[in-house]
Design a protein around this ligand. Sequence first.
Ligand code: GDP
Ligand code: MG
Length: 193
Amino acid sequence: MKLERTLVLIKPDGVKRGLIGPIMERYERAGLKVIAMKMVTASRDQAMSHYPVNEEHMQLMGEKSLKTYVEYGLDPIEYIGTNNPLEIGKMIREWNSEYLSSGPVVAIVLEGIHAISNVRLLTGNTLPTFALPGTIRGDFSIDSPALANSRKRAVINLIHASGEPEEAEREINHWFTSDEIHTYKRSDEDVMF
Ligand code: GDP
Ligand code: MG
């Protein structure tokens, strides 16, 4: 049995659009247990340090984003002054931090069977324009990377969800202290498992 914990942030657009309830419902009804939750207005520093200063990670993000420019026939140099993936990755980290600190977020720790991958599935594709109907991003958002890049901002996609176990552990510790994380039994556990 792979019981995992994962961090979810309802980003400022989700809070401002009144979508805390509908988003939480998707995770809760699937059987994921809320074991920590709070609203935080993150400082720019707190938002920045949520995204690791990892060159490999930033490089990958830059490469992924460069593909979008090529796909849409846009010249990255014209838009953001560089076609260097690491530079673009660093820029996106700045845009992400600005987005995350632009209003209150709701930070949540969810626990459950394969919680990390299950939460990612329920959340949907990072890029709302490619997120399938039935996923949270697919049902509630529609932003595209071409638009985001051309406006020098992050892709607006409602949610952050940890991608892998080490990331989840680091992020849970970034947003919560151990006494803010709770243990209890959900009444449907006996029936579901
Ligand atoms: P996630 O784990 O699904 O959130 O996706 P990533 O970890 O790959 O990216 C982190 C965040 O960066 C995403 O949630 C988006 O808000 C933003 N983002 C991802 N790709 C792009 C992109 O190509 N352009 C821009 N402007 N933002 C992006
Ligand atoms: Mg991620």
